[in-house]
Design a protein around this ligand. Structure first.
Ligand SMILES: [Zn+2]
Length: 536
């Protein structure tokens, strides 16, 4: 069967466009700014690593020396990087010389202010969310997840920043492309849907891709980058930065900690057995530069595995020390000083640790899906691959009349790709039609395990649990579905009905309102909503 995934690697676009300050600059930032021939550019690279104090000190020194023009320009940058668009616009008014620097900054800040008008701001002392009104409900899911991730993330970085991180959700690919500075074609081609720019975590609304995406993971991933830049001064090697971000992105939602998805594990195993691993030296700069999505996903699998190895062999505290050392010592010395072995030796030790991998890398060949990144109308059926598509369509046509007849067709698809999420979910639906929920449940659990980025089996399983009165299990899988497709009406519909059954009217009301908003044609949810007791 032809292995099908549209795109394996989301949120690969974290590389900063700005070069970081040098070690000599970090040794005394205020002095570096004072002697620099390009002080604004250097100031911006300090701000990019959240070093606000030396920039403010330099500005005050300029004011004291009567150099207000330079000071006012610094003020503009400080406001942008503090997330204060309107403040930046006001600071721009004070700049007198109308040169090219001013023109580009003005265009940028006016754009930020303009787009900011559409945002609802939902702050607290750790995270300030800025979302379009339509996406504001996401915050109630994202905040607990990020708060949960916060503890783990903090261990990794050994310190907490004083200011909250700003998280901006952009409503369209165009808006996200403009704000992130990543060209639209590159976003569409690579699925680079989240990044850090101007000290803000920016992400594309999960309403945009047809099958959603792991948007909370993406926020955690970028939140990790935001920290890495702060503690390392922007000097952490790309392989380590991406490895740590991927490691944490997965670890936050698993009590047992980091574990590869079946898809990533299969890629890593195959590469290790075939001598096809990518050297870390090929990962400088951005992962977006790797040949294709599969290579990018392999790079993430490798580097996150190397970070898991680091944590296992040296402990989290050593990793924190390592990250913080990049702004103090040359890269060539950081590894040997902190770990007692150099960067190349570490890579070799990690490669040696893969010698135990013997598992046959069959998961992808069996049709398991990686993340599916598509914009616009999309037919999920095509994810089973062209060879099995005809049988799947035949099953779809039969489903209304006979569960057994549909199941016979779907079984052919499952035979061709036994781990494919679409095939397993369709067969489960056919079993449900024949009143065989136990058989359906088993298939759905396999679909979820093998296709962790595909929401559909979670949604169907949630409905089974609801029908069976297993409310807690139902809520659990539906919450997981929201981590991928928060704009899916059926998820909110079932959550609303569960809340209604257990007498939690406030939760029922908000879930059912979302369900009706995303699918206004569903009469059942409408009735449930209008039939609810008032004032409760
Ligand atoms: Zn990244």
């Amino acid at each position: 069967m032809k292995r099908f995934f549209v795109l394996a690697s989301l949120f690969a676009g974290a590389a900063s466009v700005r070069s970081a300050p040098s070690l000599a600059d970090w040794a005394d930032p205020a002095a570096a700014l004072a002697r620099s021939t390009v002080p604004l550019s250097l100031a911006e690279s300090f701000l990019d690593a959240q070093a606000f104090l030396p920039v403010a000190a330099h500005r005050e020194a300029l004011v004291a020396a009567g150099k207000t023009e330079g000071a006012n320009r610094l003020r503009v940058l400080e406001e942008i990087y503090a997330g204060n668009n309107v403040g930046a616009l006001q600071a721009l008014e004070l700049v007198e010389k109308k040169d090219a620097w001013l023109q580009t900054r003005r265009a940028l800040v006016e754009g930020l202010v303009e787009r900011g008008r559409a945002f609802t701001e939902i702050p607290d002392d750790r995270f300030v969310f800025r979302t379009p009104e339509a996406d504001a409900f996401l915050v109630s899911y994202a905040r607990p997840a990020l708060d949960g991730a916060h503890g783990r993330v903090e261990d990794f970085f050994g310190s907490t920043p004083s200011a909250p991180v700003i998280i901006e959700i952009l409503p369209s690919v165009e808006a996200y492309a403009w704000a992130s500075g990543i060209p639209k074609e590159k976003i569409l081609r690579t699925g680079a849907v989240a990044t850090v720019r101007f000290n803000r975590v920016m992400a594309l609304s999960p309403s945009v891709p047809a099958l959603g995406y792991r948007w909370i993971d993406a926020l955690v991933h970028e939140y990790a980058h935001w920290h890495i830049r702060r503690v390392s001064g922007g000097l952490c090697p790309a392989w380590l930065s991406e490895g740590v971000a991927r490691y944490l992105e997965i670890a936050w939602r698993r009590p047992e900690g980091f574990r590869h998805t079946p898809h990533a594990k299969a890629l890593l195993t195959r590469a290790a057995l075939d001598d096809g691993l990518i050297p870390f030296s090929r990962m400088e700069g951005s992962f977006l530069g790797l040949e294709n999505a599969e290579r990018t996903d392999l790079a993430f699998a490798q580097t996150s595995d190397a970070v898991a190895f680091l944590v296992k062999e040296f402990g989290v505290e050593k990793v924190a020390t390592l990250l913080a050392s990049f702004r103090q010592q040359p890269r060539a010395e950081v590894f040997s000083h902190t770990l007692g072995l150099g960067e190349a030796e570490l890579e070799k030790a990690w490669r040696d640790s893969l010698a135990d991998l013997t598992e046959k890398p069959t998961d992808n060949a069996r049709g398991a899906l990686g993340p599916v990144w598509v914009i616009g109308d999309f037919d999920e059926a095509t994810l089973v691959g062209s060879a099995a598509l005809e049988a799947l369509r035949a099953g779809d046509r039969l489903l209304k009349q006979s569960g057994a007849a549909a199941a016979a067709q779907y079984k052919k698809v499952v035979e061709a790709s036994p781990d494919n999420g679409v095939a397993l979910t369709r067969l489960a639906r056919a079993h449900l039609r024949s009143e065989r929920p136990e058989a359906a449940e088993e298939l759905l659990k396999r679909a979820i395990e093998k296709n962790p980025d595909y929401a559909e089996p979670l949604v169907v399983l949630g409905e089974i649990y609801y029908e069976d009165g297993r409310y807690e299990e139902g809520q659990d899988v539906l919450q997981q579905a929201l981590e991928i497709r928060p704009f899916y009406a059926a998820v909110h519909g079932t959550l609303g009905r569960i809340a209604l059954d257990v007498g939690n009217f406030a939760a029922a009301r908000s879930s059912l309102r979302l369900a009706v908003r995303f699918d206004p044609t569903n009469e059942e949810w409408r009735r449930a909503l209008s039939g609810m007791p008032k004032n409760r």
